[in-house]
Ligand binder design. Structure first.
Ligand code: 5GP
Length: 277
């Protein structure tokens, strides 16, 4: 009797552990590439965008596009997202049906507009298949997978902002002499070393047409920095992403391209080069 009782308790515990280690499978993945059962993530990747590079591709201006704020356009790396990733180079996506609610983050809106801007006029896709804000896309696709560390939408955004402020990549590069320039080229090795020296971890960097586009910092679940490339192939070990847009040996860090709305939303583009620093 006692052994039957013990066996039942053990089986029930095993079932709870198994259920707990996977996320709910989303019904509608909104076109995202979703695996059926999504186990808990291994680490966080904070992905940052360099506006000087991203804004070079701006073709349309509108009020919601961070590239189009004229002299108020971002001059520092801004947040793309906080991504829960797996050590094997893949990642979970759309882990729960917790939809984005802008009211939840109303107190953070000013900071998010400034440090987590969208660089597009198009709406972003969400896990439910609808279109929404860039923040909705990031929360639903990535934020919902960051449990059990980050529990809800507000926590996702405040946590990301705090990590972003604590690990100030723009400042580190600036102090190491890597200042925005349309003429200089900087050695990738030097940029990576500057980040390594500051945070004791190797970042991941992606480029577009020879210019730094994204710089990604990686963290253990307690937000202590770690290398981005643990367990991956050799192409990741020097911080260069193996994706199509991987970086050349010498890269640029383009200055801000100042775009502004002329009169009224969508009325056109005014394009000037301006030194932000
Ligand atoms: P998002 O959809 O959040 O705007 O951008 C995520 C995209 O970044 C992915 O679709 C993928 O193409 C690219 N990406 C490159 N490396 C990673 C990574 O380590 N984790 C995640 N989640 N996305 C990555």
């Amino acid at each position: 009797m006692a052994s039957l009782f013990t066996t039942s308790i053990l089986s029930a515990s095993l079932l709870i552990v198994l259920i707990g280690s996977f996320f709910i499978e989303p019904i509608n993945a909104g076109g995202f590439n979703i695996v059926k059962e999504q186990r808990e993530f291994d680490y966080f990747k904070l992905s940052l965008q360099w506006p000087g590079t991203v804004c070079r591709n701006t073709r349309h201006c509108c009020a919601s596009n961070g590239c189009c704020r004229g002299s108020n356009s971002p001059t520092e790396f801004t947040i793309h997202g906080l991504w829960p990733d797996y050590n094997d180079g893949t990642w979970p996506a759309c882990c729960t049906k917790s939809g984005f609610d802008v009211k939840e983050i109303s107190t953070l809106k000013d900071a998010l507009e400034k440090y987590w801007p969208s660089y597009s006029c198009s709406k972003a896709s969400t896990c439910s298949g609808k279109k929404g804000l860039f923040w909705a896309h990031e929360w639903e696709k990535h934020g919902t997978c960051s449990s059990p560390v980050v529990k809800d939408e507000y926590s996702y955004f405040i946590t990301t902002l705090n990590v972003y402020f604590k690990f100030n990549v723009t400042e580190v590069l600036y102090e190491a002499g890597y200042v925005p320039s349309n003429s200089e080229k900087y050695p990738m090795g030097g940029i990576i070393s500057a980040i390594q020296n500051a945070f004791h971890a190797t970042p991941e960097i992606t480029c577009s047409q020879g210019a730094v586009e994204e710089l990604r910092l990686c963290f253990y679940k307690d937000f202590k920095p770690r290398d981005c490339a643990i367990g991956l192939g050799s192409s990741h070990h020097n911080g260069l992403s193996s994706s199509k847009s991987s970086c050349p040996k010498y890269v640029s860090l383009p200055e801000r391209v100042s775009l502004a709305l002329k009169t009224g939303e969508g009325a056109g583009l005014r394009l000037t080069q301006s030194k932000a620093y």
